[in-house]
Design a protein around this ligand. Sequence first.
Ligand code: NG6
Ligand code: CA
Length: 505
Amino acid sequence: MTFSLVLASLLTGLFTLVACAASAADRPSIVLIYADDLGYGDISCNGGAVATPNIDRLAREGLRFTDAHSSAATCTPSRYALLTGRYAFRQQGTSILPGDASLIISSGAPTLASVLRDAGYATGVVGKWHLGLGAGQIDWNGDVRPGPREIGFDYHYLMPATGDRVPCVYVEQGRVVGAEPADPIAVSYEERIDRGPSGRERPDLLKQRLSHGHDQSIVNGVSRIGWMTGGQKARWIDEDMADVLTGKATDFVKQHAREPFFLSFATHDVHVPRLPHARFAGGSGRGPRGDVILQLDWCVGEVLKTLDQQGLTSSTLVIFASDNGPVLDDGYEDESAQLLEDHDPNGDYRAGKYSLFEGGTRTPMLARWPGKIAAGEKTDALFGQVDLPATLASLAGAAAPAGAFEDSRDELDTLLGQDSVGRPHLVHEGRKLALRTGPWKYLPPGSTRDSLTPGPPEQIDAPGRLFDLSRDPAEKTDLAQEHPARVEEMIRLLSSIRSSPDGGR
Ligand code: NG6
Ligand code: CA
């Protein structure tokens, strides 16, 4: 080899090294803060009447999305889509799960977490899970697996299902925190295994009365869905939950400050039961729902403060979003409807959680990455949380795994604020499926719930309803009769997306 050839190959090698180092340095750590049941209008930067200064800081320093959506109008299917990059309707058993359900994502299946882990990220999930644990009968006194570790998270500290479902315990690395062999935990959604009084029988024992459902075991003075016995020392204190989970989330950030990490911090707030810590109780003047919005904002502030203190703010992409739209009375008498005053949980949109109307899935979304995402901007691009796996994989320089993430589009340009259009279409999942294409929204015939205004579900006749959201964000004027061809076309597109992810490409 001549001297010049040797020099050339040395230089090439050096260049490759520098290029790799640069791309590694360009990869931010990622913190996803995933709120529960938080509506588009629940944050003050979207017009909410309860002040959320920490969440608003993300908007001031980053990008505010006006047309970003959870994949479904309830928790489990939204979280499934967010992790797998697949719409949940493609898999049976992805509707709201009981607290003893099996893990609904197969061990070893590629997920947002596993792809980032394989790309060299330390991965952790703290907070609400609600994707099932174990495979069959769970032994809450032993090793609870499969769980997050089998689908890509190195670390977990979880509430297994929801705050209103048993078991009311935390699970850390496959073990119930505080479990004692002498006081074994048992859980049942079929049999009344708890000999103590139920919430229905003894409302006088409750801190907050139930309004519907939630009439089984009483834990920490709150009546829950499901029966549970044992584990007295392991049971959570609802009022401390925001502190406990935020502590675990910020510990994870501190422990991984010197390497790329992905943290999914899924808060319990603002789901029911709404039992804020005494620091926040009464603070909003709008009852417990307003108070837990304050508490959620505090949780966000603690994470941002930790990033600041660790010198990680500019090297971390922070995404803030919610798993579905807002709900007022979701089973407890917490005066959420009576004390709303001028606060509009869904902004200008119609209905909320459980609904195919916009309020079901159009949720807050903020993205901050200083220097890479312009500060203080807003985007009207259509964005779906189902896109996060392909988008964040692309950000991390990882290839989307073959045969996976099939509904997930690489929308990195949209996330960074460089594409103002976003997705060409998006499915919304409620009991049925609705479809967006550009400004058009198609809702199928059937019934859809409105969890914000009392009354029976809304009945939609064939062939369904069509709205032009650019003129009619509140979905009041049905244009289906005026635009039959568009309705036909959207029904066709929805059915082809339903039968195959490629149908919509
Ligand atoms: C419903 C519960 C509701 C809430 C929801 C799940 C009743 C009557 N209602 O079945 O309180 O727990 O499930 O919410 O039990 S989600 O945000 O996790 O999807
Ligand atoms: Ca939810």
